[in-house]
Design a protein around this ligand. Structure first.
Ligand code: SAM
Ligand code: SF4
Length: 354
């Protein structure tokens, strides 16, 4: 079937990117993502089935959604993930599949995933010190993630991106260690501003502070021309060669910097200090099957029911209506400044997928 009308929000932004949280379960309990006792988890029959997700992706890909990210919870704890990824790759119109993982299970699954068609991976890592890593994740072992990163590189994933969240007084002293680590292993490191959901805004380390710190240590640390959030027009190579493919550097919500030796790309994702909403092309699917037009608003619409009751075109029309409710930008920082609650109704990041 040829491509039908595109999925478009009421501001004329085309939705081409679906982030799928395949589970709310996780083998870690990161302090900024989940409460210590864990959360009340979905029953198995409350989690959206792979069949439903595949049907949804098939419908959306027909209308221009071509980029898929698998996330969670920890996606690798859901059974059958490799086969699911393989099936997503078979859907016509899907051009790009990536995954965000904490890396703990990569030693076991990296080559299986790669053979299933996953070629790009983001691994979250918030400390290079064993005891601190354990404190942040509450139960994790650093060496498992480091092994996962090395194996991901060796397997051929490209790029391997590292997602790092800094929290004041906890791991913000490791900025330069992280840069050196990225250079040593030729990684694409992205500092994500901590979103203090239910926490304190003062704990966030803003991108500008991190950028200044790196500049003070590395003379050749410079912005990759045109890498400003969502600027897909300027495809000048800059110093990103070898670490990330160019389209990826230029078409993301991060601002990217490089070094003369081209050994690492350092990106900044700044939901607090900068709006990256302007060109937002995303839609999120939660583990319970709720479509979420924006990470920062808890408007959700359950797709499982819609899929059950409707044919493909009717499903698309209903999703189109949902997309029309997408707001132009989030008010997360305004809320934070006024010290209003940032907590979403019943949600933690593990269910939505970050
Ligand atoms: N379990 C996987 C992982 O940790 O990579 C995937 C899910 S996790 C929710 C996705 C991303 O969200 C991770 O990179 C994590 O660091 C980030 N994240 C979670 N809570 C956050 C918060 N409060 N502020 C900023 N980033 C957060
Ligand atoms: Fe799990 Fe990822 Fe959340 Fe950490 S950030 S608790 S690894 S879902």
């Amino acid at each position: 079937m040829s491509k039908l009308k595109p999925l478009m929000d009421s501001f004329g932004r085309r939705i081409t990117y679906l982030r799928i949280s395949v589970t709310d379960r996780c083998n870690l309990r990161c302090v900024y993502c989940m409460p210590e006792d864990g959360i009340s988890l979905l029953n198995h029959d409350e989690v959206i089935s792979y069949e439903d997700i595949l049907r949804l992706v098939g419908i959306l890909s027909n209308h221009g959604v071509n980029k898929i990210r698998i996330t969670g919870g920890e996606p690798l704890v859901r059974k059958g993930l490799t086969g699911f990824i393989e099936n997503i790759g078979r859907i016509k119109g899907v051009e790009d599949i990536s995954m965000t993982t904490n890396g703990i299970l990569l030693e076991r699954y990296a080559s299986e995933l790669y053979n299933a068609g996953l070629k790009r991976i983001n691994i979250s890592l918030d400390s290079l010190k064993e005891d601190r890593f354990n404190k942040i994740t509450r139960i994790g072992n650093l060496k498992d993630v480091l092994t996962g990163i090395k194996i991901a590189k060796k397997t051929g994933f490209n790029p391997v991106k590292i997602n790092t969240v800094l929290i004041k007084g906890i791991n913000d002293g490791e900025i330069i260690d992280f840069v050196n680590f990225a250079k040593e292993f030729e990684l694409n490191l992205r500092f994500i501003e901590y979103m203090p959901i239910g926490g304190n805004i003062a704990d966030a380390v803003l991108s500008k502070e991190i950028e200044e710190k790196i500049k003070s240590e590395f003379d050749d640390f410079s912005l990759i021309a045109g890498s400003q959030a969502n600027n897909a027009d300027n495809k000048d190579g800059g110093s990103a060669a070898g670490v990330a493919d160019k389209a990826e550097v230029y078409n993301s919500v991060s601002r990217s910097f490089g070094f003369k030796d081209g050994k690492a790309v350092i990106g900044f994702i700044s939901p607090l200090s900068e709006h990256f909403c302007g060109d937002c092309n995303r839609l999120r699917l939660t583990a319970s099957g709720d479509l979420r037009p924006c990470l920062f608003y808890d408007n959700e619409y359950n797709i499982r029911y819609i899929l059950k009751e409707n044919g493909d075109e009717a499903v698309f029309e209903k999703i189109s209506d949902i997309i029309k409710l997408k707001r132009f930008k989030h008010s997360f920082n305004e809320k934070a400044k006024k010290q209003e609650s940032l907590l979403w109704a019943n949600d933690f990041m593990n269910g939505i997928g970050g």
